[in-house]
Design a protein around this ligand. Structure first.
Ligand SMILES: [Zn+2]
Length: 291
């Protein structure tokens, strides 16, 4: 059920069949492997483990966690021999949010009973580099989807792991749409890229990378404008629900049909933000004109 794909001589990806097409990446070097994120369920990450041990007769030396969200980090405990790398903020968010959420999820879902979090101990902020077995992995902060996202560029293979900065539909709940814009523009500057691995869904190939990034930026503009229009005209739920995903440039069947749900969440998140920031402004207005 895990889909494995060799996207470059020394790079594999593994895609979850159980949850939202999450991608994990594997860079294979003569000195061991570097795993970029894990898959949501133990049975899926165990397929990566078997592949590394039995097929490659290797081991994972480093795990890079691209952000603190559950669907990307739950499998790290299966590689106790590996050092875990992540953003400084990821460590904090995992302690504050991912860990308590996991405790609750374990109660509900027996498949997660054995999962425990491994926190990153090697921490990056703006940019950092890992070198192993002749490969160079450059990690850069890429906030927006979440404040702690990092992307990973495998220089020798020209493969860019964009994490959830790039998804079949941009998603920024509890993140920040302006930061996401900046991070998407920064991705456009990373060249050359033969393959761009999104946090979820299909790999983008060289010829489609720039236009896909432009399409993501366009979605953000369209959805934000549409929500602002509703807000400024005093509209509510009915008008928000009428903001069509395809009019914003994203297919409703994207991400295995999950896209409309994420689109709706984006809309309500933006609307809530606009409301709050306006209330804030109203509060900070001077009560009477100073003389
Ligand atoms: Zn994700």
């Amino acid at each position: 059920m895990v889909q494995r794909e060799r996207i470059a001589d020394h790079v594999y990806i593994f895609r979850s069949g159980l949850y939202a097409q999450v991608n994990a990446g594997l860079v294979v070097t003569r000195e061991g492997c570097i795993l970029i994120d894990t898959l949501p369920f133990p049975q899926e990450t165990k397929e990566i483990l078997r592949f590394v041990r039995q097929r490659l007769r290797s081991q994972v030396r480093y795990i890079i966690l691209t952000h603190s969200h559950a669907d990307h980090v739950y499998g790290a405990y299966l590689f106790p021999e590996a050092d875990v790398i992540g953003h400084l903020l990821s460590r904090e968010l995992m302690i504050r949010q991912t860990r308590p959420a996991l405790a609750a999820a374990r109660q509900r879902n027996a498949a997660l009973a054995e999962v425990h979090l491994r926190l990153p101990t090697l921490l990056t902020e703006r940019e950092a580099t890992v070198r192993l077995g002749g490969f160079t992995l450059i990690m850069r902060h890429s906030p927006g989807h979440a404040p702690d996202v990092i992307n990973v560029y495998v220089k020798e293979e020209k493969v860019l792991f964009a994490s959830d900065t790039v998804m079949p539909i941009p998603y920024f709940i509890n993140g920040n749409i302006d930061n996401l814009r900046r991070s998407l523009r920064a991705l456009k500057q990373i060249v050359p890229v033969e393959d761009l691995v999104q946090g979820h869904g299909e790999v983008l190939l060289r010829g489609e990378v720039q236009s896909a990034l432009d399409a993501q930026l366009e979605y953000l503009d369209k959805v934000e404008n549409a929500v602002r229009e509703v807000y400024e005209s005093g509209g509510g739920k009915a008008e928000l629900n009428a903001i069509d995903i395809e009019a914003c440039g994203v297919s409703r069947i994207a991400l295995g049909g999950l896209a409309p749900q994420l689109h709706r969440a984006n809309i309500y998140f933006l609307f809530g933000q606009m409301k709050r920031s306006n209330e804030q402004k109203a509060k900070s207005l001077p009560k009477k004109q100073a003389v």
